[in-house]
Design a protein around this ligand. Structure first.
Ligand code: C2O
Ligand code: CU
Ligand code: CU
Length: 460
């Protein structure tokens, strides 16, 4: 098969040359992201064979501003193909980075210029959507911060990128996936890191207000988190400001964050120099342990959480439920799996999962239609049923949605792009189909995504 033979999606741009004529507005930002091999001391020894954007560091935090144009040129120096996706950003479909659906994979020595204007402020992230398993497992997952036009009153920020690595005793990579894991809850890493560090400590002024942005970029793990040693408030969830009061998670009732999800906390640093606040995570069979510490320095700034301005709401349209049409989606085991057709974007070689009883046949799938066709500007309710005993963080590209109800629990109306569906759960979500294009819709446990639990929704 030739890479440029076809595009499954409608209306995709021509890639490299497609936007050649555009130049950045004076206010915009431009950056080149060079995919390359990297090494890093994840354990005691140096781990080689990593994938990052520099030879010896994690993928950097990318900063943008709400409503300001960004140009991110992805240059691929790896022998494998790639494509970059900007998770949670409601941008034009042809900039969404999904191979064969919105663009052709980017080959060795090739570049693709992504240009977009983020409509929403908040905490987002980026990762490849071609060779997804391989490149993500080896390190290529980064955080993207889109700032509000005005600082809501923080003294500083701290980004925490949570993720596992699967390494042997010598610090070499173990296989990122297993058939056993892919068919169940995924294959878990054995080294848990924050910003690639196993003992991350960051200094912030005592008594100051820190915006803590926590992102789960792991391929598999649902992180169970709480904060210790500081006053704090949850201010945003999956990028969007929280408009209801949420209880602060505790050791006994931690926050469950599926792969792809984000939470922003307003943290008031302790007053005493050297005291610290800790982001704690609970792992099976272990006591909670600190993934990252914020250490107080200097004399107390004596700030209070009440001094913060509420985050301005993002310009997401609210669905009109009286008019909303219902679409149903069943996530489950696959009855049978055809031969995967992944083109140049990697296959795990199995089919285990399905949406509406059809396993997604692979990134380069041909003749596979959308799971649903939505009319632009109309409101919809999507009913998502999990028919499996495993949890699935279900992610929709390009659109934001709000959960309405569940058969198992009360759901706060938190705007999101990724919803963690529990075992046997049926959840209804609502959205306005306000962004035209073909939008990937899949589980963010990458082994599930790559073995069938994927598809796309078309907005026309
Ligand atoms: Cu974060 Cu389709 O991905
Ligand atoms: Cu996404
Ligand atoms: Cu899943």
């Amino acid at each position: 098969m030739k890479r440029r033979e076809f595009l499954l999606g409608s209306g995709a741009a021509a890639g490299v040359a497609g936007l050649g004529g555009l130049s950045m507005a004076a206010t915009g930002s431009a950056e080149e992201l060079v995919l390359q091999p990297a090494s890093y001391r994840l354990r005691d020894q140096l781990t080689t064979g990593m994938v990052s954007l520099s030879p010896d560091a994690p993928p950097q935090v990318l900063y943008g501003k709400q409503g300001q144009r960004m140009r991110l040129t992805v240059r691929n120096t790896l022998p494998d193909y790639t494509a970059m996706h900007w998770h949670g950003l409601r941008i034009a479909n042809e900039m969404d980075g999904v191979p064969y659906l919105t663009q052709m994979p980017i080959g060795e020595g090739e570049s693709f210029a992504y240009e977009f204007t983020p409509p929403d402020a908040g905490t987002y992230w980026y990762h490849p959507h071609c060779m997804t398993m391989d490149q993500m497992a080896h390190g290529l997952t980064g955080v993207m911060v889109i700032a509000e036009p005005e600082n809501p009153g923080f003294d500083s920020e701290q980004v925490i990128n949570l993720r596992d690595f699967r390494l042997d005793e010598e610090g070499a990579f173990l296989p990122a996936y297993t058939a056993r894991g892919a068919a169940r809850s995924g294959t878990f890493g054995n080294i848990q890191t924050a910003n690639w560090l196993t003992k991350a400590v960051y200094d912030h002024a005592a008594g100051s207000l820190v915006r803590l942005r926590v992102v789960n970029t792991d391929t598999t793990r649902i992180y169970k988190l709480h904060l210790e040693g500081a006053e704090a408030r949850i201010i945003a969830w999956d990028g969007h400001p929280v408009e209801v009061d949420l209880a602060l998670p505790t050791a006994d009732a931690p926050l469950w964050m599926g792969p792809g999800q984000r939470v922003d906390l307003a943290v008031r640093m302790p007053d005493g120099e050297g005291q610290s606040a800790a982001l704690m995570a609970k792992f099976p069979g272990q006591k909670p342990r600190a993934m990252a510490r914020l250490r107080a320095t200097g004399q107390s700034e004596s700030r209070t959480l009440e001094e913060l301005h509420p985050l301005p709401a993002n310009p997401v349209q609210r669905p009109n439920l009286d008019q909303a049409k219902l679409h149903e989606f069943v996530f489950g085991w696959t009855p049978e799996g055809g031969a995967p057709n992944d083109g140049f974007c990697g296959s795990l070689g199995y089919s285990f999962w399905s949406i509406n009883r059809t396993p997604w046949p692979g990134d380069a799938a041909q003749g596979t239609g959308p799971l649903a066709v939505l009319k632009q500007g109309k409101s919809y309710v999507l009913r998502m049923r999990n028919e499996s005993p495993n949890l699935h963080p279900i992610h929709l590209h390009g659109l934001a949605f709000v959960p309405l109800k569940s058969n198992l629990r009360k759901l706060p109306p938190l705007m999101t792009d990724t919803f963690l569906l529990l075992k046997d759960e049926v959840v209804e979500i609502a959205l306005v189909a306000d962004n035209p294009g073909d939008w990937a819709f899949h589980c963010h446990v990458i082994e599930h995504q790559k073995t069938g639990l994927a598809g796309f929704i078309r907005v026309v």
